[in-house]
Write a protein that binds this ligand. Sequence first.
Ligand code: SAH
Ligand code: SF4
Ligand code: F3S
Length: 481
Amino acid sequence: MYNEIDLDKIDIVTEPPTEEPARQYYFMAKCREWVREFERKNGRRPFAFTQTFGCQMNARDSEKLMGILRKTGFQEIGDEKADFVLYNTCTVRENANQKVYGRLGYLNTLKKKNPHMMIALCGCMMQEPEVVEKIRKSYRFVDIVFGTHNIFQLAELMVRRLEERNMVVSVWKGTDQIVEELPVERKFPFKSGVNIMFGCNNFCSYCIVPYVRGRERSRNPEDILAEIRKLVSEGVVEVMLLGQNVNSYGKTLDTPVTFAQLLRQVEKIEGLKRIRFMTSHPKDLSEELIRVMRDSEKICRHLHLPLQSGSSRILKAMNRRYTKEQYLDLVDKIRAAVPDISLTTDIIVGFPGETEEDFEETMDVVRRVEFDSAFTFLYSRRTGTPAAVMEEQVPEETMKNRFDRLLSEVQQISARVCARDLHTTRDVLVESLDDHLEGYVTGRLSNNTIVHFPGDASLIGTIVPVYLEESRGFYYMGTAG
Ligand code: SAH
Ligand code: SF4
Ligand code: F3S
């Protein structure tokens, strides 16, 4: 396996190899030289800090980036007072971009105090040419800019920066390449995200993701299964299979495989206890998948099924390719097969042309389905998407008013339905010590609800049966046993 390779055994005097991942290990070895030099001068290894601004897929990318940094000898620290700072950005809504610009100002002051500091920006925002232009012009202290398609090249880009002494910008427009076997530094020892596919082909009319993440590409099932087996051998008990639309997994492989078939294979991995996945597009959720969920011992009783809007008219304009009725039918089918399932969703308020009646349709679906929780978003206009140029953009005030009404409805329902397992004993995967209560730990039920109960650090990563004593809206207080 490449990721167990000893960097010191790599010859860095000759030209770099052209094939991957050998090429990247060559550059990691070169970076390691630089790290040693740093250590000789400063009496310590350099510090690295990465921050993720986006979704689970971005978070997984950050683990890969941190894996590369760790392999070359950097040590991770918890804030920006580091020698290498990397922001993995998101551009799904405008406020995600604003956060990054805000933080860049702060980085500039830090860099003035520590001129050797290296600043790198990557992720979805960097796939937008206007953003890169702005950084070149107004944020010249940034050292490296790269996108979503070449994150595996971090070490190569760092070496280039050290050699060229100018801002290095390397943003690929797209790729078919999936580079396997790079080092990964996981955030949790007992659970892990696993990419099963990259990109998105759906082009929902409001969404920028297909433009910044490129076309849909699925990993080979053998690579996915090998990765999960390795994770399990390292102590992982829960995996989250990641993709923008996991239900269309495998369609583009040379030998097509369905997502349900992949899940059946993952289920067989001994030692793995829980399987989660994200995100499911309602239009592609098959009967086969519902059957697999029904029959599975390991697939968690939770489905995140983004609704976006309850109005069939708006759904059409959003290019979601299902109607309100189809969504409700799907929910009925899932609940009939898996009665104790918890359903969560994403909803956008204020899509162009949304009328009060359309909004009431959304409220209607929310009341009928009774989601365990819902992420609610104000529509954000993304340049380059079809919705950005639609007439009838909804005035901000109307949008906010609807948003508040929706949120309050969602919260009331959520507090009620989340309590459905009260006074029963359920398995909890313990994730951490409780942040607020001493002598307590925090974990999750199969349906993703949080539980706090008395316990100590030795329980972290184990599954404990817990009696759910009290419901406090979004979480339970319990006792082991
Ligand atoms: N692939 C996933 C979602 C990825 S983006 C899916 O199809 O469900 C996560 C969420 O951000 C989306 O579900 C949507 O609710 C929200 N979102 C995406 N673009 C948005 C925009 N322009 N304005 C507001 N919310 C948006
Ligand atoms: Fe965006 Fe739609 Fe793709 Fe989800 S499915 S990432 S909302 S285009
Ligand atoms: Fe954001 Fe990119 Fe994820 S835009 S939501 S980080 S795919």
